[in-house]
Design a protein around this ligand. Structure first.
Ligand SMILES: [Zn+2]
Length: 494
């Protein structure tokens, strides 16, 4: 343990700067099918242990797998969204190894002929865009789950829940194109967003529907050769991924600088202690004795089927961001926030369609709406204020029937009670209620009191107009219709 810590502590910033990291990620994504990949058992999460099992997923002798077509379709959706080529013919293979959570003694996966290859996804980090290649995307079955806690004899026994065994997974293997932990973080975030948009997975990391392993090595900057890579496992949050990579990169450099050697191995990230420890020397593919799965036919994907699936793809986040900027005139930053999820972007478009300008909709959503949703722990789909209700409120402000300050109060009531903006304004008497005569009176008084500013305005200093508006609003205690104040001042000052 102390050795681990010292390996890192000895590296100075100057030394770190001589090196660059080479990072590739392997991501496992659980597909949102109702049933398992080779049998009809439910994939529901959280059911009592070992209730969603049958002879097929328990690996009993004499059973035969039957491929779930829906799983292939979902994997194709993911592959096409990641710009992959979906092969006309792919094949399942047996990956042989023994582990208690794998009752057959092998996992049905894909090896030589994966479902899809050669894709890419674009990440953005620190304002720079970069394409990360995707080597392959293949289908496989998940293993069962080992439960080490929570049972009477947990201290001496391991418990296994076979409910997860046979849940469809896709494994997405990237090219070693990332150079920093931040890029790896951006890749995983972007990948997750695309999986959510295409609705192939709920990507819930806590429930294990999104899992990530990283391959990392270092080399001196400018070098074309790869260093020896290490696989890091147990990265079950975005933060862990970044921390573990930062640690591992420094460890590699420390070892190399002190004349040591990096061994190709699998290491486990220990979040609490903040370091990785060796788990096992890395298996090579031949250790698994892969061979074509004799119980399943090859998978044929016709061009027609592939194109049918392609047509069902939604607009993806990057395209949507670009469209929002062009169509609604909002900033790229706002577009990024508002396309974070499909539900959020749908809400935004619904507000705009109901008559609010893009800019106002973006502002109201990012300030009042998201803050209140966040405070009350609600998702956008459960917002007590509907898109059309928010649009109604925005229109009241934009037509100067209420002031911005009043609108915030009205919004608070809308959020708490679900009532409509117009109705709240009418029943609580919140509309602008200063008569035009009163505004004119106030405006004349302000003008009379400030002859120098009147002169400035008349000599072409337009900026001073705001001063007059502010003074009249103040004189009317902020309750005058701002548009009327503008109009009256313009008339009196011309
Ligand atoms: Zn089953």
């Amino acid at each position: 343990m102390t050795k681990n810590a010292s390996e890192v502590a000895s590296v100075s910033l100057e030394v770190l700067a001589k090196y660059e990291a080479v990072i590739g990620l392997e991501v496992h994504v659980q597909l949102l099918t109702k049933t398992k990949i080779f049998c009809g058992c439910s994939t529901r999460f959280g059911d009592p242990p070992n209730t969603n099992v049958c002879p097929v997923c328990l690996g009993l002798p004499g059973t035969l797998p039957v491929l779930n077509k829906r799983a292939v379709e979902m994997a194709m959706r993911a592959a096409l969204a990641l710009n992959c080529t979906v092969g006309e013919r792919s094949r399942f293979a047996r990956k042989n190894y023994f582990y208690p959570d794998l009752p057959k003694g092998y996992q049905i996966s894909q090896y030589e002929l994966p479902l899809a290859t050669q894709g890419w996804l674009e990440i953005e980090h620190a304002g720079e865009k970069k394409r990360v290649g995707i080597t392959r995307l293949h289908l496989e079955e998940d293993a069962a789950k080992n439960l080490h806690e929570g049972f009477a004899e947990s201290t001496t026994k391991a418990y296994i829940d076979y409910n997860r065994c046979g849940t469809p997974l896709i494994e997405i293997v990237s090219e070693p194109d990332m150079r920093t932990p931040e890029e790896a973080y951006a890749y995983l975030t972007t990948l997750r967003q695309i999986m959510l948009y295409t609705r192939v997975s709920d990507c819930n990391m806590e429930e294990g529907s999104l899992r990530c392993d990283a391959n990392v090595s270092v080399r001196t900057k400018g070098s074309k050769e790869f260093g020896t890579k290490v696989e890091v496992k147990n990265l079950n949050s975005f933060r862990y991924l970044q921390k573990a990579l930062e640690y591992e990169i420094e460890r590699h450099i420390g070892v190399i600088e002190s004349g040591g050697k990096i061994y190709q191995e699998t290491r486990l990230w220990h979040q609490a202690e903040g370091f990785t420890v060796p788990m096992r020397s890395k298996e090579k593919a031949h250790d698994y004795r892969y061979f074509p799965e004799p119980d399943l036919l090859p998978v044929h994907v016709s061009a027609a089927w592939r194109e049918e699936v392609r047509r069902t793809l939604p607009e993806l986040p990057a395209a949507k961001r670009a469209r929002f900027v062009a169509q609604y005139g909002i900033t790229p930053y706002d577009a990024g926030v508002l396309t974070d999820s499909q539900d959020l972007s749908d809400y935004f478009e619904a507000v705009a369609k109901a008559g609010a300008t893009g800019k106002s909709a973006a502002n109201w959503m990012q300030t009042e709406l998201l803050r209140r949703l966040n405070d009350s722990g609600k998702e956008i789909g459960a917002s007590p204020v509907s898109p059309s209700a928010l649009a109604e409120l925005i229109q009241l402000v934009e037509s100067s029937q209420i002031t911005g300050a009043v609108a915030k109060k009205v919004f608070a009531t809308m959020f708490e009670t679900g009532r409509g903006a117009k109705e709240i304004v009418a029943t609580e008497g919140l509309g602008a209620k200063v008569s035009e005569d009163a505004i004119e009176q106030a405006a004349r008084a302000v003008i009379a009191k400030n002859p120098e500013n009147v002169a400035k305005y008349k000599s072409g200093n337009e900026g001073v107009f705001k001063f007059f508006v502010g003074q009249v609003m103040k004189a009317t205690r902020g309750q005058a219709n701002p548009q009327a104040v503008n109009d009256i001042l313009k008339k009196l000052l011309s």
